[in-house]
Ligand binder design. Structure first.
Ligand code: ZN
Length: 453
C-alpha cells in the first residue's frame, strides 16, 4: 500500500508531502509528492510509541486501590491488594483483560508492548507446563493487533536471602529448569503469532538469586543473542536497603558488577540510584524503563531523567500498572516531575533539540524499540510501519509550525488526538475506533463485575 502524508515526522525530522510505500508491514520507499491511488493521511503522521513495561492483569484493578487509611498506604500495601485480586484470574480472564488493555493502548498511540508476564500457573498455583497463560497473552495481542514482546518472568523467592515464596506468590514461582522450558515454549509459540518476539524478565534482585539469574540469562542468550532482558531494579528505597543488607551493594551496583549489561537489557524503575549507578547504566547503553504515572501512583520516587539524558542514557516509557494508559500523559509527567524538582521549565530539551515534546517522543520511541529488540520506533526505509495519524481538526487548533506539533500534543491536548493507528502495515484503529472495542469492553465489564462482587 501507499500512504501520502502532508506532514510526517521521519527519522530525519519533519517533512512535507511524502508518500510511503509499505510492503509486508515494512516501509520500502519514501518519496516526495503524491502518487495516484495512495491513501491520504488525514493529519500529521508520527511514529507509534512502544510501551516498555506492562503487567496486563493489573488493568483489572486500576482504581480499586485508591482508598486511603491515614497515611499507612504504600507500594507494599498496594501489592497485597494486587495479590488478592490476581488470585482469582483464569487464563480466559487474563485474555479478556489483556485484550481490553491492548485495545486501549492502541487507541492511545502505543503500537507495541513489552509484557512483563508473571502470572504463569493456574488458580491453584499448579504448574501445568502448557504455557496456557502465555498463550492467553499472545492471543490477546493477536486479536487486538498490537505488537508484542513477551517477557516471561522468573520468580524464585519472596525476598533477599532465598526467602520462601508467600501464598500470594504461588502462581509466579518456577524452578530454573521449568522456567527455561517455558521460555523455550514461548519462543516456539512466538513463531505462530505475527509481530511478536520473546525475551525474559528476572523479576528483581529480591526475587531471584545469583545462580538463578545467571542460569536464565545464559539460557535465553543461547536461544537469541539479542533477546531483551528486563528486570525491576530499584523501585523502592526499602529494596535498596534490603539489597545493601544482603549483598553489601546497591541494586544497580550489584547488577552492574555481576552481569554483562548491554543495550539488550532494560532496567525498570531504576528510581533510587546514585551518580555512579546512573553513569554505569548510561555507559552500558542499557535502557532505563521509566513508568512516570505508576511511579507517581505508587509513591515510588522520581528517576533522575535530566542527569541520565545528559549522560547520553537511553530511556523508554511504560504504563506498568495501567493506572494511566496514555503515552502522552507519561511523557508529560516525565517532564513535569523534573520541572517541579528544579523549579525550571523545558528541562528535558537540549541544544540539538529545543522541543521537549519532540525530544521525548523521539527518544522514548527509539528507546522502546531498543528495549524490545523490535524494528520500530522511527519512520524510515527498512523500518516496520508502526505509525499514528493525528487528528487534523484538533492539531489545527495549535500553532501551525511543525516544531510545535508534538509539544502541543504532549502538553496541551485534553482529549485523544490520535485518530488512526497502523501496526506492521495494517490499520488497527480508524477514526479512534478499534473494531473489537465494543465487544471487548462488554466482556471486560462483566469480568470486573464478577471480580468485585
Ligand atoms: Zn512492573
Amino acid at each position: 500500500m501507499k500512504l501520502f502524508a502532508e506532514k510526517i515526522l521521519l527519522s530525519t525530522g519533519w517533512h512535507s508531502n511524502q508518500t510511503l510505500t509499505i510492503e509486508d508491514g515494512v516501509i520500502t520507499d519514501i518519496a516526495s509528492g503524491s502518487v495516484a491511488g495512495a491513501e491520504v493521511a488525514q493529519g500529521p503522521v508520527i511514529p507509534g510509541m512502544v510501551n516498555c513495561h506492562s503487567h496486563a492483569f493489573q488493568r483489572a484493578f486500576a482504581g480499586f486501590s485508591e482508598q486511603g487509611s491515614e497515611g499507612q498506604d504504600s507500594f507494599w500495601t498496594w501489592r497485597n491488594i494486587m495479590y488478592k485480586f490476581l488470585d482469582q484470574l483464569s487464563e480466559q480472564d487474563v485474555q479478556v483483560i489483556a485484550e481490553q488493555l491492548y485495545i486501549e493502548m492502541l487507541t492511545a498511540g502505543y503500537t507495541r508492548v513489552a509484557e512483563f508476564h508473571y502470572l504463569h500457573h493456574n488458580v491453584q498455583g499448579e504448574c501445568k507446563n502448557d504455557a496456557a497463560m502465555a498463550k492467553a497473552i499472545f492471543s490477546a495481542a493477536q486479536n487486538s493487533g498490537i505488537g508484542l514482546t513477551l517477557l516471561p518472568v522468573f520468580y524464585q523467592f519472596s525476598g533477599f536471602g532465598a526467602k520462601p515464596p508467600t501464598d500470594g506468590q504461588k502462581r509466579f514461582i518456577h524452578a530454573t529448569e521449568d522456567f527455561n522450558q517455558l521460555v523455550e515454549q514461548c519462543f516456539t509459540l512466538s513463531k505462530t503469532y505475527p509481530n511478536t518476539n520473546v525475551g525474559i524478565a528476572p523479576h528483581s534482585l529480591r526475587a531471584v538469586d545469583e545462580q538463578g539469574l545467571h542460569a536464565v540469562v545464559n539460557f535465553v542468550r543461547q536461544l537469541d543473542r539479542k533477546a531483551p532482558i528486563h528486570i525491576h531494579i530499584a523501585e523502592q528505597q526499602q529494596e535498596v536497603n534490603d539489597c545493601l543488607a544482603h549483598y553489601g551493594q546497591r541494586p544497580v551496583q550489584w547488577l552492574h558488577n555481576h552481569v554483562e549489561l548491554d543495550k539488550h537489557w532494560c532496567l525498570i524503575h531504576a528510581t533510587h540510584i546514585n551518580e555512579q549507578e546512573r553513569q554505569a547504566i548510561a555507559k552500558t547503553q542499557a535502557v532505563a524503563g521509566i513508568c512516570p504515572t505508576t511511579e507517581a501512583n505508587l509513591g515510588d520516587g522520581i528517576f533522575p531523567t535530566t542527569e541520565f539524558l545528559q549522560d547520553q542514557g537511553v530511556i523508554a516509557i511504560g504504563s506498568d500498572s495501567h493506572i494511566s494508559v496514555n503515552p502522552i500523559e507519561e511523557l508529560r509527567w516525565l517532564e513535569y516531575s523534573q520541572r517541579l524538582i528544579r523549579q525550571q521549565r523545558a528541562v528535558l530539551a537540549n541544544n540539538e533539540q529545543a522541543s521537549v515534546g519532540l525530544n521525548l517522543w523521539t527518544k522514548a520511541a527509539l528507546g522502546g524499540a531498543q528495549s524490545t529488540s523490535a524494528n520500530v520506533g522511527e519512520l524510515a526505509v527498512g523500518k516496520q510501519a508502526d505509525l499514528l495519524v493525528l487528528d487534523n481538526t484538533k492539531t489545527a487548533l495549535f500553532a501551525k509550525e511543525d516544531k510545535f506539533v508534538i509539544d502541543s500534543l504532549v502538553f496541551a491536548s485534553q482529549s485523544n488526538h490520535v485518530q488512526d493507528v497502523m501496526v506492521n502495515g495494517q490499520w488497527q484503529v480508524i477514526n479512534q475506533q478499534h473494531p473489537l472495542a465494543k465487544q471487548s469492553a462488554q466482556k471486560f465489564s462483566q469480568l470486573i463485575a464478577r471480580l468485585s462482587a
